[in-house]
Design a protein around this ligand. Structure first.
Ligand code: ATP
Length: 228
């Protein structure tokens, strides 16, 4: 990642995920947020799965290939293989420290879905994450704040802000009001076994990549075993 010498604050978003495959549920809300908060760059950061957990169904090169295809949709997207290059199970704290070190003058926005927010207290050193970035939460059908645990209620009492207060600084949480998108990679992987046309959840360039490389077809379901 190039270091900046510019004096103007850059606003950089980071969206981590398995992206197996990347879909509109990731991309539509983040593009709406980029417009709303004038983000100059959106890092799409595929995660490295711990060996004892379920591995992505396709090779890392294909997860990156699908992200490259998605990145043709908007010049603000930047596919970033930093977590994959670490060769360790991904943890958000080292990732945020890395961004903070590489872009000390930038304002960082870590983007997660509502399902991830509900799970946040299980992330390693979760309370320290707010030292490095603001957090923005994309709404996700099926996941409501009412389901949240007491630690999260307390966290939101301390850190939640309105859209007007969100831009700049660090440690704030904004619950986005953008249109929820009902897509999930799990559902897509099931559907893609039989599909012959681009499903509504997938951007066309990602579908083209999947077709070209014959991903997620029934005969390829053992790809994950080759992933390491
Ligand atoms: P899977 O179904 O395999 O668990 P996923 O669709 O949740 O995958 P991930 O790559 O694991 O996709 O998600 C990356 C990030 O994007 C997470 O923070 C997740 O909460 C968020 N996200 C994924 N899909 C949506 C969606 N439809 N709406 C809002 N956020 C989403």
């Amino acid at each position: 990642m190039p270091k900046t010498n510019s004096t103007a604050t850059r606003h950089i978003a980071i969206l981590g995920g398995t992206f197996d495959p990347v879909h509109w549920g990731h991309l539509k809300p983040v593009l709406a947020l980029a417009d709303q908060f004038d983000w100059q760059r959106i890092h799409l950061l595929p995660t490295c799965a711990p060996p004892h957990r379920a591995q992505p169904q396709v090779l890392d090169t294909h997860r990156l290939g699908m992200l490259d295809a998605a990145a043709t949709l908007d010049s603000r997207f930047h596919v970033d293989d930093w977590e994959l290059r670490q060769g360790l199970p991904s943890r958000t704290l080292p990732t945020l420290k890395h961004f903070h070190q590489e872009c000390p003058d930038a304002c960082l926005y870590f983007v997660i879905g509502m399902d991830s927010l509900l799970n946040l207290p299980e992330w390693l050193h979760w309370e320290r994450l707010f030292d490095y970035a603001n957090f923005v939460v994309m709404p996700r059908p099926g996941y409501q704040l009412e389901q949240c645990r007491p630690e999260l209620t307390e966290l939101l009492q301390q850190r939640q802000v309105s859209a007007d207060e969100f831009r700049g600084g660090v440690g704030k949480i904004y619950l986005a009001e953008c249109e929820p998108v009902d897509s999930s990679a799990t559902e897509l992987r099931e559907q893609l076994v039989n599909l012959t046309e681009c499903p509504a959840m997938l951007p066309e360039p990602v579908w083209d990549y999947i077709r070209t490389h014959n991903l997620y077809a029934m005969s390829n379901n053992n790809d994950a075993a080759l992933n390491n």
